[in-house]
Design a protein around this ligand. Sequence first.
Ligand SMILES: [Zn+2]
Length: 140
Amino acid sequence: MYGLKTEAAFDSAHFLADYYGKCENLHGHRWRVVVYLQQEELQKESTMRDMVLDFGVFKKAVRDLAEELDHTFLVEDGTLQQATIVALESEGFSLTVLPFRTTAENLARYFGERLIEQGLPVSQVDMYETPNNCAIWMRG
Ligand SMILES: [Zn+2]
């Protein structure tokens, strides 16, 4: 079994609806995402022979996804009034509306699933919302 690991970071605001604590309020994090690939055998042909995947391809895929979310406000669909969304967008703010609660656990799974869709053999994603707190998604 072989593995690769790379990481990226993005700055995004969020809040947790129906949460009784500080995270209910709008706040930001520097999210750090670490992605692990796992593959039984190395590739056999052409430029990626004896590699799990070219690091350039791997890093770009993770970085592109992080850039989609960078400097946006992550909003769970249905947790803000439509008028609020319209008002924020009319002020020029960038929102990323997601179909799940914007916990670190769900963001880790989101990265894992999006990268698997692109054909990457993702085995695990670590999503740090602070330097000490990290949620982990593992491919089931
Ligand atoms: Zn938070």
